[in-house]
Every structure is written in structure tokens, then in C-alpha cells.
Design a protein around this ligand. Structure first.
Ligand code: NAD
Length: 588
């Protein structure tokens, strides 16, 4: 055995020892543990989503979003890691709800990992049945990016939250200066809210039940102040609003109590939303009326009673939100399925206010604009800063993007592997991906870069109370699109691809897909990267053009994103050819 092979063997042993000791943390540096960077990228992202600085509850393999997990259990995780360490560059690993179930020889252009998480036949797609299967160890809740090994911490969602609030601020002249935003839930996604409010110059008050979640936000620089005293919180908010300085305050309390108290006092925020993990009433939501400690005990001792209390609480929760809406506050659901939960628990008026995608994000989806995330797989923050400069140079006409990168540099601390998220449109994503791969090849970056995205994107989700709420043609619940998205990205050459059920809003309410790419600098990756970063947002444009959105049709025509039923999207020569053929047929 050569000295290099011996060295590699030692590195593999170290990785396995870490998993056995349940001490997962990020892997950095230039040395490979796997056969190549395509496989190594998957290994490093798996470790990243479970890193203590990134995951919500690493010991239970929970990454974010209530109970969203990266692997079924520790045994499965151990075998996933061992398999990745031994796979060849032309093999593909299959993951079924967080458990490795097969490795096949495919070809080196194919994805190295394919994942299907939490999927159930529609008739059986209920929380009760899901929990039953989970108890038997047969399934896992993958949320969106948890089970897809693509979660990058609060920093992954922050831009979406920032942009959404910027849109919500339009009635106030595009700024939240001197405006009061009320919300709750400072978990892994929700923790981005306070910083997003401050980045928009506003004042935010956030109810959160878990002290450690509040502390984590403070430690990561996402939250400025916290208190247990609602009077003190209200006072701080009032001062900041009247003096017009940015402020974020958390109050350690149940959201229901805080909302009801503010209503009672006649205090009216300008904007209100909520990011308690209400999609999962058992593991993501704390019912009002009992303390956090009592709730944690009850969840274990009597889950049925817990859900009963949570249902009662969620009705009060949404009733309070509806009341704010009635009083003229801008209220929207922030993708946590809370309206559906309240509706299912008997509150018929739960859908009085809209969800954030319908209200603010859909026009961006019509242009194929969505989340574009990347990390330095070797862990070098300088590479991310270097890429910020590339964005400022290459996309200088896109003021929103440049402004975002400048703000991100100033405000956002890295978590886990250094990362950035940028919302980019069709064309931009492919251009940026190609530049990154070239820079890796030319040694302008210190190592390979991973590119991924949220499942919350233009063409990758069917979710009738979130991404596809109120579609123009009524196709809200048609789930063919995310499946086409995953199939297309797999054949286009993504490094790994995932299809999940239930992320964001809960079981029975969504089907969605994700894709990841490893820019390892090889020339063959140029083509794969450009192809995937074109097909992926391209399908988003097609999905919205198909539903009749004018903007999407316009963009499809302009960029010739080929939807066979929309004539002007055909490539010119092919259209001419087929018209000639049709004429000949008519003559005959
Ligand atoms: P999480 O599980 O990490 O955190 C949820 C937090 O809410 C916890 O800290 C919990 O203590 C707190 N909480 C629960 N019930 C509460 C109550 N009644 N009062 C006060 N605090 C309470 O979840 P997360 O990753 O932050 O996600 C939050 C929700 O947002 C989920 O439903 C998730 O599916 C959804 N989500 C939104 C987006 C988006 O783009 N906006 C994206 C993905 C997921």
C-alpha cells in the first residue's frame, strides 16, 4: 500500500470513528476521503447539515423544521457514511427515507445519490399513519433540505425572508424603518426573521418558547435583545418604532399568549406572520396553556393528549392572526401550514389571510428566480468572499442581487461550512455555476464548491397551501411537476437529487424535489452544471407559463424555454420546419 493510500485509510478511519462516537462536525481541508469530489461533496454536506453549529438537535439527527432529519437513525447514518467512503465514481447510492438501500453501477455522468424521503401513497398520506410507520422504523420525515443534505443553517433562508419582508414593506415605501413586525418561532428557519427585519431597518418582536433557540439566535448574531417580560418587550418596541431605529426583540413566551395580549391591549403591528413549526403539531409546536417543561414531558407520555392540546391552541393561534388581519394589519402565513392545521381542527375561517408565496414570491418564480446556495467544501470563507466579488462584477446591473450581497457580507455570520445564498434568475444561475467551476479549475478558489437550493423554488414543488396556493389555472395540487423536476435534474447531470413529501407544511400537503451539484473544476462538470442550472429554473418558468401566468409566458418566449404548447417558445428553425411540414400535410 502506498503512503497516499495509507494516509487515506487513516482519514477514513477518523471519519468512521467520529460517527461511531456520535461526534459529527464539518469536514474541511483539501484531502479526499472518498473516491472523488462528487462523492466527497455528498459526505461533507451530510456532515454539514448535522454539525452542532447548523443542526437543531444533532444527537437525534434532527436538522430543522420540527423533526426534519438527515438519516433514519444512527445505524443507517453509519452505513451511509461507510458506503460513501467505498463507492466508485460510476456508482449511485439509493436512500429510502434516510436509510441506504442499494448501490448500482450507473455511469459517471449520473447522480451519485438519489433520495426519496417520506413519500406515501396519497390515500395513506396522513400524520397518524406516518407516525405509525415512523414508530416501526420504516420512514423518516426529511423536511426539505434536511433529508436532502442541503441545509446550510439560518443563512440559507435569510435572503428569502429578507426579500419577502422587503416586498411586504412596499406599502410603506419599500422600507420597514419605523415599522413593527410581529412573529413567532425562532427555530432553524424562523431564526432568520429578526435579522431580516433589521436588515430592512425595521423593528421586530418574536415570541419563542425555547430559551436555547433564543440564545442560539443571539450567538449567531441574528437577534439583538430578549426578555421574559412582555411589558418590557412592548416598551422596547414602542421606543424603537417612534425613534425609527432597527431592533429585534424576542420574548420568551408562547405565541398565542403574546398575540392575544397585544390584541387585548389594542397594539397593532404593521406586519404579522408566524414561523412556529406548526406543520408538525407533535414535534414542532408548543400548545398554549402549559409550560414548555410540561409540554416536553407530555409529548413523551401521552402524544394523543399533546396533539389534542396543540389543536386547540392552533385554533386560538390562527384566530388571533385573523383578528389582526381584520384590524388592517398585513398578515401572511410563512410556509408553516398553520392555516390548514387550524382549519382541520375546526376553524373554518382559517384561510382569511394568504400565504407568502401567493402574496409575494410568485412573480419571481415566473421568471425562474429562486434560491441559489453554495458552500466552500474545503471550508474556506475567503472563497465565499471572492465569489461575492464575482457576483458584484458579473451581475452589476441586477441591483437587488448586488445590494443583497453587500448586506450579506455585512450582516451574516457563517454557520458550518462557509456559505452564501443568492436569489438568482434563469440564465444567471447557469452563468454563475460555470464561472465557479472554471475558478475551481484555475485554482482561483481554494477547493471545490457545492451548489444547491431549497426545495422551495419555481418548478420543484406542489404545495396547495404554500408554493402553489391559488394557481391561476387551479392546478395547485398537481404533483407531476416536482417529479418531472427531479427526473430532469437527474438526467441533466446533478450530483445528487431528492424527492420528498410533506416538507414545510406537513404530511399530505406537499411533494417537492431538490438538486445539488459539486463544482469540482473538471471540464465535464461545466456541461453538467450549465445543463442542470438551466433545466431546473427553466422548468419553473414552464410550470408557471403552463398555468397561464403572462410574465412566465413572456420570459419563456424571450429565452426560448421550449414549451411545445406555446408556439413562440419553439426554437425558430424548428418552428419553421414543422410549419412547412404541416402545410404539406394540409395540401395532401
Ligand atoms: P424549528 O422546529 O427549528 O423551530 C420552530 C420553533 O418554534 C421552535 O424553536 C419552537 O420552540 C417554536 N415554537 C413552537 N410552538 C411555539 C409557540 N406556540 N409559541 C412560541 N414558539 C413556538 O422549525 P424551523 O426550521 O424554524 O421552521 C419553522 C416553520 O417554518 C416550519 O413549519 C417550517 O416547515 C416552515 N418553513 C418555512 C420556510 C420559509 O421559507 N418560510 C421554509 C421552510 C420551512
Amino acid at each position: 500500500m502506498s503512503a497516499y493510500d495509507l494516509e487515506k485509510l487513516k482519514r477514513k478511519q477518523e471519519i468512521i470513528a467520529k460517527v461511531k462516537a456520535r461526534k459529527i462536525d464539518i469536514i474541511t481541508g483539501p484531502d479526499l476521503h472518498c473516491a472523488d469530489w462528487q462523492i466527497e461533496g455528498a459526505l461533507r454536506m451530510l456532515f454539514n447539515v448535522l454539525a452542532p453549529d447548523v443542526a437543531k438537535d444533532p444527537q437525534n439527527l434532527i436538522v430543522y423544521g420540527g423533526s426534519g432529519k438527515a438519516a433514519r437513525n444512527w445505524d443507517a447514518l453509519e452505513v451511509i457514511v461507510e458506503t460513501l467512503l467505498e463507492m466508485e465514481p460510476d456508482e449511485t447510492l439509493l436512500i429510502q427515507s434516510g436509510k441506504p438501500v442499494g448501490v448500482f453501477k450507473t455511469h459517471d455522468y449520473a447522480p451519485r445519490v438519489l433520495m426519496a424521503n417520506s413519500l406515501l401513497v396519497p390515500r395513506w398520506a396522513t400524520w397518524d399513519y406516518f407516525l405509525e410507520l415512523e414508530q416501526k422504523g420504516l420512514i423518516m420525515f426529511g423536511q426539505m433540505t434536511a433529508g436532502a443534505w442541503a441545509y446550510i443553517g439560518h443563512q440559507g433562508i435569510i435572503q428569502g425572508t429578507y426579500e419577502t419582508l422587503a416586498k411586504a414593506a412596499e406599502p410603506f415605501g419599500g422600507t420597514l424603518r419605523g415599522r413593527f413586525v410581529l412573529s413567532a418561532g425562532l427555530g432553524e428557519m424562523g431564526g432568520a426573521q429578526p435579522l431580516a427585519v433589521v436588515m430592512n431597518d425595521g423593528v421586530g418582536l418574536f415570541a419563542e418558547v425555547r430559551k436555547e433557540a433564543i440564545q442560539r439566535c443571539i450567538d449567531h448574531g441574528y437577534l439583538m435583545e430578549w426578555t421574559e417580560d412582555i411589558d418590557e418587550a412592548v416598551e422596547m418596541v414602542k421606543n424603537a418604532v417612534s425613534e425609527k431605529y432597527p431592533l429585534s426583540v424576542a420574548v420568551l413566551a408562547n405565541a398565542v399568549d403574546v398575540y392575544e395580549e397585544l390584541l387585548k391591549r389594542g397594539i397593532k403591528p404593521d406586519i404579522m406572520t408566524d414561523q412556529t413549526a406548526a406543520h408538525d403539531l407533535l414535534r414542532g409546536y408548543y400548545p398554549a396553556g402549559i409550560s414548555r417543561e410540561e409540554a416536553d414531558k407530555l409529548r413523551e407520555s401521552d402524544p394523543k393528549e399533546y396533539i389534542y392540546l396543540a389543536k386547540k391552541s392552533v385554533v386560538r393561534h390562527v384566530k388571533a392572526m385573523t383578528e389582526f388581519h381584520k384590524r388592517g394589519v398585513i398578515v401572511f402565513e410563512y410556509g408553516n401550514g398553520i392555516r390548514q392545521q387550524a382549519y382541520d381542527a375546526g376553524f373554518e375561517g382559517a384561510f382569511a389571510f394568504e400565504g407568502f408565496v401567493k402574496k409575494y414570491i410568485r412573480p419571481l418564480f415566473c421568471e425562474g428566480r429562486g434560491p441559489f446556495r453554495y458552500t466552500s467544501l474545503v471550508g474556506d470563507p475567503e472563497d465565499i468572499i471572492e465569489l461575492d466579488e464575482v457576483i458584484k462584477r458579473e451581475f452589476k446591473d441586477d441591483k437587488i442581487l448586488v445590494n443583497w450581497v453587500e448586506k450579506a457580507q455585512k450582516f451574516i455570520a457563517f454557520q458550518g461550512l462557509p456559505a452564501r445564498v443568492c436569489w438568482m434568475g434563469y440564465g444567471q444561475r447557469a452563468k454563475m455555476g460555470k464561472i465557479i467551476n472554471e475558478m475551481v479549475r484555475e485554482g482561483k478558489l481554494s477547493g471545490p464548491i457545492w451548489i444547491g437550493r431549497d426545495h422551495l423554488d419555481a418548478g420543484s414543488v406542489a404545495s396547495p397551501t404554500r408554493e402553489t396556493e391559488g394557481m391561476k389555472d387551479g392546478s395547485d395540487a398537481v404533483a407531476d411537476w416536482p417529479i418531472l423536476n427531479a427526473l430532469l435534474n437527474a438526467v441533466a447531470g446533478a450530483s445528487w437529487v431528492a424527492v420528498h413529501h410533506g416538507g414545510g407544511v406537513g404530511i399530505g400537503l406537499s411533494i417537492h424535489a431538490g438538486m445539488c451539484l459539486v463544482c469540482d473544476g473538471r471540464r465535464e462538470m461545466d456541461k453538467r452544471i450549465v445543463t442542470v442550472l438551466t433545466t431546473d429554473p427553466g422548468l419553473g418558468i414552464i410550470r408557471h407559463a403552463d398555468a397561464g401566468y403572462e410574465r412566465a409566458i413572456e420570459v419563456a418566449k424571450k429565452h426560448k424555454v421550449w414549451h411545445p404548447m406555446i408556439p413562440d417558445t419553439w426554437p425558430d428553425n424548428r418552428r419553421r420546419e414543422i410549419e412547412l411540414v404541416k402545410k404539406e400535410v394540409e395540401k395532401a
